[in-house]
Design a protein around this ligand. Sequence first.
Ligand code: VAH
Length: 320
Amino acid sequence: MRRILVTGALGQIGSELVPALREHYGADRVVASDVRIVPHQLAAGDIHEHLDCTQQQQILEVVRRHEIGAIYHLAALLSAAAEEKPHAAWKLNMDGLYNVLEVARQYRCQVFFPSSIGAFGPSTPREHTPQATVQRPTTIYGVTKVAGELLCDYYAARFGVDVRGLRLPGLISYVAPPGGGTTDYAVEMFHQALRYKHYSCFLKADARLPMMYMPDAIRATIALMDADGARLTCRNAYNVAAMSITPAELAAQIRAHVGGFAVDYRVDPVRQSIADSWPHSLDTSAARDDWGFAPQFDLAAMTADMLARLSLRISAARAK
Ligand code: VAH
């Protein structure tokens, strides 16, 4: 079997997807890459490449060197960061994807593309958002995600590239810190609850968004890529989510474990306006029907697991 390349491997998803892929397929089958410098704590035998996805030749060289057969393309600027640097976001999110698809076309690689609920906009039905519906996002992040979905559809139809993708909700993880997202409040809330029993939230208390625990997102990603391609009716952009929550609801769940946890709301108008343009909840029936999407963590289970694992990490860090 040819190897797997993960771009953006040091990001929030990559930090958990790379270990999961190494466990699933074998450590020597997975090449992690990022534009950031190689982490010094690499385990022996883990393969890591420095890779700027805006440079197609660099991707070509890595694919040839390691005989890559599948590319999980995670390198991108997230919603809030993208609004600060829209031109850089277009370059990385679009040129990067175009370069990956071009290399995949030439070397017959399978491709994973992470779309997002950001691909929807204020004119999209917000409750139980359908798989096929209006997509007029008002953020540059969303524009790159809709354009990305269409570019992936084109490469699949025109060139036969086996590209698949998920419209990911906000993801909550205990491994990597979030970076530049609108849904990052959910991760920050857990860290602040354990460290300070207080959090100042940058979204309104009732800002409802689709969310999912990272282990469920990793399982869904691998399940989609392993699925029988003939069953994929949506291919590049399956709606997936495990819950629809607000900051106030998450805070109440955390408070059941962390007595006295207090939250105040210091709304960031930019990230609140992004959240206001996104769905409240998604229809995930296509993913369930086509390839058996079945998240295992609801809000209560995620909260308990996050707090338990984060507590261990914080204690271990303090012991150093
Ligand atoms: C963001 N975490 O907030 C990402 C994600 C659905 C949100 O795309 O930008």
